[in-house]
Design a protein around this ligand. Structure first.
Ligand SMILES: [Ca+2]
Ligand SMILES: [Ca+2]
Ligand SMILES: [Ca+2]
Length: 551
């Protein structure tokens, strides 16, 4: 080997491994908190997948105070040329159904180097972790689910480390959540709402619509920031159905097929999640709300010079961001005394003039169907009333907000039209129910039919749907149901004019998006007004419509 080649080879070997560099290691390491050894009760009775409750013993370890930032991840990409996904799921108005161009660095929602890195996937997070461990000689790793829950709870037994928060008013001090800021921007950019959606809309404002610079909210009792929300966090464990077979020593659950990994915490978009609530993500899914933080055995290491320099820059970014937030105007007070009148196909809504200073105007939002998502109907209203024609049979809802400085208040208590009488024979849309419970409405994935009833695990076992049906000719009618279900269920009981006529089983259709028409019972209906009630006996089913045919 010629001398110049030898020198080049040696040079490359030293810079790529940094083995002899000691404190001159240029790699930024996570800023960590020491998590004391202890034991805790893992799980929650809130959901089947977080049971059985069980005791877990945790050895002393350390955990990143913050989610890993874009700035830290950049070093890994530059050093390794790692093939990070070039698409990201964060289409707000499409609710993550589509990917858009843009990666960990270029995605549309990135505004700071000190935001958590997202638009990666579990594989990229794992590759970063392995690279950092190799570069530093410290066995950095993703936390296990048990470690994460122990560290997030930080000795508390309440839903959140800051207690319970049933009215969702406290959360904005502790977590970047789907708050009034997020709602104002979501309605503006995506014409959609967090209201009536997963986790609901928080009754507070944090002045951050998308992912926040890490560490802007109060830390938990162990010194960890952003555990409740900001971005959700991908973990070492393979996804497990529940805790029947998971380790009790704090280590990660690993199985052979392992295509999905556990996640914890909510996000700015998926709202705040209690410490014990579980999630999962396919290993190759690259999303705009999915990040991670790191763990390490033993006490938190001292900060290297590169890490100290990173901390200085992060602190400056946090201070600048805090200054921006501090000068934002407060959100308007909600509008009160909203009333609805329905007269000959005309709906009139009125409300009290806001006493809040500086109110510029009002906006009226409408749900096409009661329990759906509010969409903007009218804006820049300066009077305190609004009128439109409505002749449908479904209940629709309206809400009013006050606006100042382009910020809108929390929604007023919704007001609703009355359900009309659906004329049969013909199809009765599920969403035309006069009354419904233990379920929610979503745009259907069926070929047609508008909305269908669903819920967290499909329609709930206590759901009740009442239909007002107007019959032109008394007689025997054949019922049909348009349903979807991943498994055989106990179905529902059918009542005509409050008298039980029998039970309809819902058999599995192949999944929640596989719709089938199921033949039902025959029913006697009188001429004129009748009610048909469906009383759910199980969960895990969906209903798009029922049909009532003359025999
Ligand atoms: Ca927010
Ligand atoms: Ca988080
Ligand atoms: Ca429907």
């Amino acid at each position: 080997m010629k001398l110049n080649k030898l020198v080049t080879a040696l040079f490359l070997s030293v810079t790529s491994h940094a083995l002899f560099a000691g404190d001159s290691i240029k790699v930024i390491e996570p800023i960590m908190a020491t998590i004391p050894a202890g034991s805790f009760e893992m799980g929650s009775t809130e959901s089947e997948n977080s049971q059985p409750l069980h005791k877990v013993n945790i050895s002393e370890f350390s955990m990143g105070k913050y989610e890993v930032t874009v700035n830290e991840f950049r070093q890994f990409v530059e050093a390794t040329n790692y093939a990070v996904p070039q698409e990201c799921r964060h289409q707000l108005n499409g609710w993550f159904r589509q990917s858009s161009k843009g990666n960990w660095e270029t995605n549309a929602l990135n505004t700071s180097e000190f935001q958590p890195v997202v638009c990666i996937n579990w594989q990229a997070a794992n590759a970063y972790t392995n690279w950092l461990a190799k570069e530093t000689g410290k066995p950095y790793r993703l936390p296990s689910e048990a470690e994460w829950e122990y560290a997030a709870k930080a000795g508390t037994k309440t839903d959140y480390f800051y207690g319970e928060d049933p009215d969702l008013t406290k959360v904005c001090d502790y977590a970047n959540t789907a708050d009034l800021t997020g709602e104002t921007v979501l309605q503006r950019d995506g014409n959609t709402s967090y209201y009536n959606w997963s986790g609901e809309l928080s009754h507070c404002d944090d002045h951050s619509a998308y992912a926040s610079i890490v560490g802007m909210y109060k830390a938990n009792q162990f010194g960890l920031h952003d555990v409740v929300s900001n971005v959700l966090e991908m973990l070492a464990d393979c996804r497990s159905e529940d805790y029947s077979n998971t380790p009790k020593d704090g280590s990660a659950y690993i199985d052979e097929k392992c295509e999905s990994r556990s996640t914890r915490g909510g996000s700015w978009h998926w709202s705040h999640w209690p410490s014990a609530q579980r999630g999962s993500i396919p290993e190759d899914f690259s999303g705009g709300v999915d990040g991670f933080r790191l763990a390490l055995d033993g006490k938190a290491p001292k900060l290297s010079s590169a890490t100290t320099s990173f901390l200085t820059k992060l602190t400056f970014a946090q201070e600048q961001e805090q200054k921006r937030r501090d000068i934002q105007p407060s959100f308007p007070v909600a509008v009160s005394n909203v009333k609805l009148q329905q007269d000959n196909g005309v709906v009139t809504i009125t409300w009290d003039k806001s006493l809040d200073k500086d109110i510029e105007s009002y906006r009226v939002y409408r749900n096409e169907v009661s329990g759906g998502m509010f969409k903007l109907l009218a804006t820049n209203l300066t009077e305190t009333n609004f009128t439109e024609k409505y002749v449908g049979t479904m209940k629709i809802e309206y809400t009013v907000v006050a606006v100042k400085y382009h910020q809108q208040s929390y929604y007023s208590e919704p007001v609703s039209t009355l359900a009309g009488w659906v004329r049969i024979p013909g199809r009765v849309e599920a969403e035309s129910a006069a009354e419904s419970s233990d379920s929610s409405l979503a745009r259907t994935s069926d070929v047609d039919g508008g909305y269908n009833f669903t819920g967290a695990g499909g329609i709930g076992a206590d759901a009740l749907f009442t239909y007002q049906i107007e019959v032109s000719e008394a007689g025997t009618y054949q019922l049909e149901y348009r349903v979807a279900s991943p498994r055989d269920t106990k179905g529902f009981e059918v009542l005509a004019n409050d008298k039980s006529i029998g039970i309809e089983l819902v058999t599995q259709t192949g999944g929640y998006h596989e719709w089938k028409t199921q033949q039902g019972l025959a029913v006697q209906l009188k001429k004129g007004k009748n009610t048909v009630t469906l009383k759910s006996l199980d969960n895990n089913w969906k209903l798009n419509w029922l049909a009532v045919k003359k025999i």
